[in-house]
Unconditional design. Sequence first.
Length: 126
Amino acid sequence: MNEPVKTTARWFNESEFKKCSPPCSLQDMRQSTMDKLDSARDIAGIPLVLNSAYRSPAYEKGMRRTGTGAHPERSAVDIKCNTSRNRFLIVEALLMAGFTRIGIAKTFIHADDSETHDQQVIWLYK
């Protein structure tokens, strides 16, 4: 019997996903997302600290969201960001790594590679 394929990452480890809000696991993430995130980290040349990654549909609904966003699809992360220089480095790296969905907030940057949501978009959080 084949064992399930494990999600891997070069720059990110299991403990970082336990610190996310809500806590999750590296194994909750799609491999394509993690491959792009590793590439973005290589390009940016700075640590990418994750605030949030996988969130269950139930959690999302409990937060008064639809539960159909990219986080429940296992294809999204929110990266801590609090300076304009880091914001530029992170956004540039995400785009170069192949992310085509980016949200920018005051203290974080959302990135996802959802295949079911609108592509080639950048939005601002209020």
